[in-house]
Design a protein around this ligand. Sequence first.
Ligand code: CA
Length: 532
Amino acid sequence: MMMTRKVALLFFVLIFSSVTIVWATNPLLKKAVVTAENMEPSYQFPAQIEEANVKLAKLYKKTGKRPNILIMLVDDMGWGDPGSFGGGAAIGAPTPHIDKLASEGLKLTSTYAQPTCSPTRATMMTGRLPIHHGIYRPPMYGEPGGLDGEITSAQLLSEAGYLTALVGKWHLGELPAQQPQNLGYDEFFGFLAVSDMYTDWRDPAFSPEIANRPEVLQAFENAPFNKNLVQAHKGEKLEELVKITIPVLANLDQKFADYTVDFIQRMAKEDQPFFAVHAFSKVHYDNYPADGYAGKSPSGYPYKDGIIEVDDIVGRLIKTLHETGQAENTLVFFTSDNGPEEDNFPDSGHTPFRGAKGTTWEGGVRVPGIAWWPGMIKAGRTSDGLFDLADLFTTSLAVAGAKDKVPTDRYIDGIDQNSFLLADDGESNRRTVFYFFQDKLAALRIHNIKFNNYLFISENPAKAAKSNTFLQKASYVWAHDLSIDPKERFPAITGHTPRFTWAVPMMTQEVVRYLGNLRKYPPKKSKVMMLK
Ligand code: CA
């Protein structure tokens, strides 16, 4: 009897202590630090910050100039398209150059974009989520909406002595004040909107009701939006180079690549560092193969030929960095602006996650992410640490030694992740990813747990910020452990089943905190019509 009681006591002690250990070491319970009132709280790891600072200081001493930053942004490429993310040859388009980039750098498996193009681009350039920058969906066919009143990384890096370029797709407004050369870019070569806006109505295969009727076609030709390949230098008026017809569109990415190659070559001779965004036109539908690319992929489909072309261009740009001796002084970040478009099969990409472009399921917003920097980022690393593309804003400024330029008069969602990227065993500094569907908070992810609000908890964020109405509906949140349920198929409905109820307080605290910020930093109104 005595023995049984001792065993029971020991059992109790063991259980209790293991729960305590699990509780104490649970990554969900890590505390994020508030570094400034207008900035997202972040995890701070002093040792990795020190390691990153030492690396940056050594490089600066060696080169005498701040590092270059090159962001390669593919349009609509799925998380699962590159071979290094599980696609490649297995799905009809090998991607040896992207795979090499991943194997030589840091593969980020939890990189997050917004559900569509323009919101992501604005977030990347301003460090702010759509609720703050006000671009909730892409402006189409001359609709208003752009980066009005926002401050871009290009502007701040320009002030810090950088030479800046935007090559390729913009899609952040067409009015002069919204154009890249007036928002911090020294050079702009590309187009103002999105590829299908120039050609969809020209192609009788997609739009016979327009393309086969000259008078209707002419009405589209006259529609008030810019249909040209354009270029401009800082502060100058836009120069129109050529109308984007189908054969022009097919070869645009080659033109963009030629431009960026030339830019990188020119920059090698400059004393100033550069910041360049190479924004591909492909693989957004409609994909028309460039000269020499039709049927080049094993699949033979235009989308896959587009993947081959994008991959070749990644190879060309990296080769140019090596040839010009700038590879070791350039941070390269490769990513996509949203999940694959699945409504346009077979002109569509691949994701292993649930949903696709336009949704806040993982498939809509989780994108491939690769950070590459020979000698600075340890080769062959993979991390599932959270990285929001808003972080590129803050991280770029930190790497450039210009962190003091981060604005203090507005809310900054981007977190400085430079120590995550640069320290050999760096951990993500980000606690939470917030998923917005237009202006509605649709989900959040803390560590590996994602809470989906399938009723859109905060129907009206401004109202929700005042009343915290989401709390009244917290029992309708679906929780998924993404590490065992990446397709978000098996929800535990918090409040109704025992699973994940322990995580609810963390979720609610984060939502209360974030929506609370909206009282001081109110949501920005959309310039385009929104779904109610
Ligand atoms: Ca896109």
